[in-house]
Unconditional design. Sequence first.
Length: 389
Amino acid sequence: PKFTTKPSLRQDGKSIVFNCQLEGSPKPEIAWFRGDTALEIGSHFVASITDVKANTYDVKLEVKQASADDSGTYRAEATNKHGKTAANINLNLQGMVGAPSFIQKPAIKQADGGKKVIFECKIKADPKPFLTWFRDDIQLSDGGRYKYVEKEESAGQYYVALELSDPQGVDAATYKLNARNEHGESNANLKLNFDAKPTGGSAPKFTAKPVIRQVPNGVVFEVRLTADPAPSVAWSKGDAAISDGGRFTMTTQTDGLSWTLLLQISGVTTEDGGSYKVNAKNKHGESNANINLNLEAIQMPKFVGAPSISQQGSLTIMLVTVESASEPKATWMKGSSQVSSSGRISMSMKKVTTSQFGFSCEIKDAAAEDGGTYKCIVKNEGGEAVANI
């Protein structure tokens, strides 16, 4: 057996969850220990091992109603006839007191005479949590008919809401809020029902030409469409169906009745060139979009090495280097907002060689509010490449 990921831990409400991935054939047996003492699996310690793919497993231990007494060094031992391996992880509950937790039961209410539905709850967390809303496991973006709301009511306590404008029967679904920070995460589910069943609807209809984007070590196909109800989606290359997993990652994003379908291919080689098709289907009909991946023709920017962050005196410097046949343009984003030059923030481009360019974003005297996920979008006439920092 071999652990393929380092053990991680997160807080889910009052529970602590350890998680890691394991490879082995035949399927290994798992034993959990705290220190040198074997854990008694039952109502307090709940263990599982789940098949992910051939000879690969997801290993999990959940500590229910965790308290300070559960602190210590935990060890997962995996054994089969070929040998044994172990992975350790330290649990210090004193360091996780700031993980998000819900202090008010999530609720749904109407506003503006029924023109708006609000999902709301209250959260305790330190530092401020990062929020993600889902509709039937599909991530919702902040914008359009959906609006994220977050207000700090007192130190470490937040009012959190998702506002849905112009609710329709098709919006009936299970909504989930994921709140996480560096100490852990918590989830809350809310089910939205309507007395009247939705009527009408429409077959999938593509609203823009497919786009090919480069990302580090891969490419992403993006297509946009409208459909009511949600479409089922199938990707193929030539006559061969593509399955989600391995080098292929399929994602569906929604904003009301608008859908964005993404297929990411990692570790692209010349063998990935060819004709791809995406099929979107619901009870009203179906539509297809074709995308041709010509690797020799694509001259979009390509990242050279990984993005870097460095400190030079009072300056925090984020840097990406790209290869491009022509001089590209770059846009820096923090979350969903574009970064603009100011007294403290400056952005620049430096030509490294005839075909390599360096883009930097410098922040002077960086403070806590500057923390977050940054993104550098580099474009030329062949397409765009995106790096997350």
